[in-house]
Write a protein that binds this ligand. Structure first.
Ligand SMILES: [Zn+2]
Length: 87
């Protein structure tokens, strides 16, 4: 008779433990996912790369590798010197 009581108590404790672990796991995954973006962006320490459209040929170029030209206070990005000269 006692054994059944122990089994029931054991199952209840296991269920509680599992829900607690799930809650802790969610808290941890939430904390790590919210903490990772700054860590991922930190190594470069600069503005994240973005794509700009070459106004001459329409090609999207990375601002990190594109040829830049400032005109009228705006910076334009080109895929090649050829496009920059055409602009
Ligand atoms: Zn181009």
């Amino acid at each position: 008779m006692r054994l059944i009581l122990y089994v029931i108590v054991g199952v209840v404790i296991l269920t509680l433990l599992r829900s607690v672990l799930e809650a802790v796991g969610k808290a941890f995954s939430g904390a790590s996912s919210s903490g990772s973006p700054p860590a991922a962006g930190a190594p470069r320490g600069q503005a994240p790369q973005s794509l700009k459209k070459d106004p001459v040929c329409g090609t999207f170029v990375s601002t990190a590798t594109a040829i830049q030209k400032t005109k009228g206070g705006e910076t334009y990005y080109f895929c090649s010197a050829e496009c920059r000269d055409k602009f």
